[in-house]
Design a protein around this ligand. Sequence first.
Ligand code: ARG
Length: 460
Amino acid sequence: MNTMWAGRFQKQLNSRVNDFNSSIHFDCRMYKQDITGSIAHATMLGNCGIISKEDAALICKTLKEILTDIENGVLEFDMNAEDIHMFVESELTSRIGDVGKRLHTARSRNDQVALDLRLYLRDEIKELSSLTCHLLDVICNNAEQHACDIMPGYTHLQRAQPVTLGHYLMAYAQMFARDVRRLDDVAKYMNVLPLGSCALAGTTYPIDRFMVAELLGFDSVCQNSMDGVSDRDYAIELLSALSIMMMHLSRFSEEIILWSSSEFGFVDLDDAYSTGSSIMPQKKNPDIAELVRGKTGRVYGDLMSLLTVMKGIPLAYNKDMQEDKEAVFDALDTAKICLELFAAMLDTATFHTKVLREAVSKGFINATDCADYMVKKGLPFRSAYKVVGQLVAYCIEHKKTLETLTLEEYKAANPIFENDVYAAIDPDVCVACRSCYGGPAPESVMAQIESMRNFLKELY
Ligand code: ARG
């Protein structure tokens, strides 16, 4: 292997070290960004008179050919190249000789890799955001279908108050919408051009960094060359945003896992999105949801890897930073497949509205509404709370529910009760009355869906 820095060295690189040092097997993913960045760089060099316009044109034309050849499978990556940057440059030089050797003027792989990664992440964020929006769309459709279907809402996993399935689902929609906004913010912070920082100390050539920024669609230019090549905070921010999103997906997965158990029986997953057991013929397992829950740990791990890699390295570039890419790529791949399959699983799931409704009639889920009924008749809330607590204890002792108590039994607890108590504690009425802004009533759910759909429309 004839390394690019051969001039300074007397010996060949040890082959194990060569493998250890090399990153082409993972950074080859950034070939498109590397070539795009080089085309902008060469164009700027030509425009600023640092290389001739003809040389710049030939470099750009050849780089485009290299890109096409890679995309058509005509050109394969040479795994002996140290990294994608060296691969593209040596391919260019092998095609156009000395002219190709002019490309790396006023540039270092340090600012080049920082550029490639920003460009790559910018593209990936668009994909992640559109996958998240698709999931939001699926949630909205399900929520609309189930805007009126009542079910128990839980605290401490104990039945608490009735809500609608639409409301339950839209709670997750709110979380994923914030995830989309977070991704958007990360993309904005990241959209600053590092190229021109060179190795660490800028350059003496009269480069025009603002021109490169414009060519590549960056909003601004890194103000400090040492910062430009040294930080990976934008990748850490992205992995933080992905970790939060995976946490949301994982909680939703946990619901699906619980709800698809016989104990709950709230949801049935489509056969195409569940798996069987090798020994128990009756089994239908929610593997997708379980894997999403499991893979959340993996994305957290990627975030921790990157934070740990970065925490002790002095300015400016250090080779430790090559370790950023595998963590970032793994988190991206994991989040994308999880978003895609979770959305498909949800889209094909069947909710058992009858079971959800039956679950509402158990567990004194309307006890708060019973207390509220008394409050509306003039009793202070704390006194009403106590009366209903005693009624619940009475019901448990006599195997009754609030719905099956007689008016005499109610009146024995407190004379304020009238026949209209039965309507007030009807679960449908309880839910319908919770029509305050952000509440679970069907009309409120429909308003949430409309606002979410407007948000999605504005994005695309
Ligand atoms: N493969 C390297 C990385 O991913 C590119 C930058 C190499 N720079 C250097 N001075 N060795 O970080």
